[in-house]
Ligand binder design. Structure first.
Ligand SMILES: *Cc1c(COP(=O)(O)O)cnc(C)c1O
Length: 521
């Protein structure tokens, strides 16, 4: 190898890394338990170091070809074997390591679609996915990408759980897959896996358990739970993310499938081009082996007892937070959460002036450095309304910060008790008055959203809402101007028509990564 100094470098490596460190310092903290979503901190620094060292060793490898880079095959077989064993799978269960939960879900849908089609000699009919409305958005994406119809079943607003009879009503020959969650992300509700399997299996319908968030937690959960994994005979596939409660860096999940023949539908293979034969079990071609190596190393280090110890910590912290919230006047925990997450809603049983809006509560907690996740309310197809909530994902490290966290949650509730929820209609009226053209322009935008509102008009609406900078130097990094308080933004999300909100959010996220103006010389 030649020496870096023989290349006329534009910048010193130390200088570049110092810049990155400064950028990272502005991120939400990934460690220490202050962010209760997105990041999963084991609280064990040596585990992160091991994962980092393993990822570094595998960094140059191309996971595309495990026959050339045999380390990939060995690690993937070991990780899938561990997952199969903890999720109650027998020898008939096989699987793949994927880049994350979304890819696992997409591939579960692809396999089910192709199995369904091949059993019907390639019928041109459009198959359906049936799932509770709480199913992860990855299945909306899968239906969109893969050309299936997503048929959502309403859940009980009090518990977040669907009635099995409502799922049964939707079953038919065009159903390629039923999806249940263990547990669901929005409410931590554990869907009735065994009861659903009892209606899908006799009809020969595939049943996926989305255990992306919960899998590696529930498998080691200290309390007894209803059967939710491959111990239920009708479960045909299961997804579980190693970059969640497997504590691995982002980019690693497993998808397990019962039956080798079923699982082969997951693959894409072609020799119909003049290049190398392509045989891909997952969406990508060339792929990193680093996240796989990190997950493998963590599994080797922890084993089942280590996982159980860490999940024990998260479980104790979850129980403590649950009783903390139950003790806060004006707030309530939604349903009966299962696993290390929960959703918090307003307690409507107390007088109005004692109620706490969960979004104002999250904003108040944010002001003292605790990041909770705001979730919008949703009107279901049957007209019932799922409340707007605040989500907390609890990790092993949370136990170490419980006294500060519960104090912050208490103070935040105190600060906003009696403050009414942001009024969506008022926020929309405010937006309409700020937009050139007023309410009519907003309505026109809503009408156009479906057919493609142009980028400039969408950006103008975002600026009027105060959500996008004007490109001046005072803007937040990336040109966005996210407000201090998110409650009014969520109220806007709930009040505007869905297609317009989606279009505006696309514009916001696209503007955040507008190419940097000063070109690299
Ligand atoms: C996180 C999650 C997913 C999607 O996973 P990503 O890793 O974010 O792509 C799917 N389902 C559930 C229940 C999840 O919590």
């Amino acid at each position: 190898m030649t020496d870096l100094r023989r290349i006329d470098l534009r910048r010193e490596a130390s200088d570049i890394l110092a810049e990155l460190e400064a950028l990272r310092a502005a991120d939400a903290p990934t460690h220490g338990g202050r962010v209760l979503s997105y990041v999963y901190d084991s609280g064990v620094a040596e585990l992160d170091e091991l994962a980092g060292a393993a990822a570094r060793l595998a960094q140059p490898v191309n996971g595309l070809d495990p026959t050339t880079f045999t380390s990939v095959a060995v690690m993937e077989a070991a990780v899938v074997g561990f997952a199969r064993s903890v999720f109650g799978g027998d020898d008939d269960v096989v699987g793949s390591v994927t880049s994350g939960g979304t890819e696992s879900c997409l591939l579960a849908v692809k396999s089910a679609r192709d199995a369904w089609r091949s059993a019907r000699r390639g019928t041109p009919r459009v198959p359906r996915i049936v799932a509770p409305v709480t199913v992860h958005a990855a299945f909306h994406k899968a239906a969109h990408y893969l050309g299936l119809e997503l048929d959502l079943v309403a859940v009980d607003p009090a518990t977040g759980v669907p009635a099995v009879a409502d799922i049964e009503q939707r079953l038919g020959d065009d159903v390629a897959l039923v999806v249940v969650s263990a547990p669901s992300y929005p409410f931590a509700s554990l869907d009735p896996v065994a009861d659903v399997a009892a209606i899908t299996a006799p009809r020969g319908i595939a049943l996926h358990v989305d255990a992306c968030i919960g899998g590696f937690a529930l498998a080691f959960w200290p309390d007894r739970l209803p059967a939710w994994d491959f111990s239920v005979p009708g479960v045909t596939s299961l997804s579980a993310d190693l970059h969640k409660y497997g504590y691995a860096p982002k980019g690693v999940s497993v998808l397990l499938t019962r039956g080798r023949d079923r699982q082969r539908h997951q693959y894409f293979a072609t020799t119909a081009w003049p290049g190398y034969p392509v045989v891909n079990p997952t969406m990508t071609g060339s792929k990193p082996a680093g996240p796989l190596a990190a997950a493998w190393a963590i599994i080797e280090a922890l084993g089942e007892p280590g996982f159980a110890e860490l999940i024990g910590r998260a479980a104790r912290a979850t129980a403590a937070l649950r009783s903390c919230v139950e003790d806060l006047e004006g707030l309530r925990v939604v349903g009966t959460p299962v696993g290390p997450l929960l959703a918090v809603a307003t307690d409507d049983s107390v007088p109005v002036d004692r109620r706490v809006d969960p979004h104002h509560w999250a904003d108040a907690a944010r002001a003292s450095g605790w990041h909770l996740q705001l979730q919008p309310g949703l009107v279901q197809a049957d007209g019932t309304r799922l409340p707007h909530t605040t989500h907390l994902t609890v990790t092993p490290v949370t136990e170490a910060v419980l006294p500060e966290l519960t104090q912050a949650l208490d103070d935040a509730a105190e600060a906003v008790r009696g403050v009414p929820a942001a009024d969506g209609a008022l926020v929309v009226a405010g937006l309409a008055s700020a937009v050139p053209g007023g309410a009519e322009a907003l309505e026109a935008a809503a009408a156009a959203a479906g057919d493609g509102l142009d980028a400039e008009s969408a950006a103008a609406l975002l600026r009027a809402a105060g959500l996008l900078g004007d490109g001046s130097s005072g803007d937040a990094p990336g040109g966005g101007a996210l407000p201090e308080r998110m409650a009014p933004v969520l109220a806007l999300v709930e009040a505007l028509p869905g297609p317009l909100t989606e279009r505006l959010l696309v514009e916001l996220l696209a503007r955040v990564v507008e190419p940097t103006r000063s070109p690299i010389e």
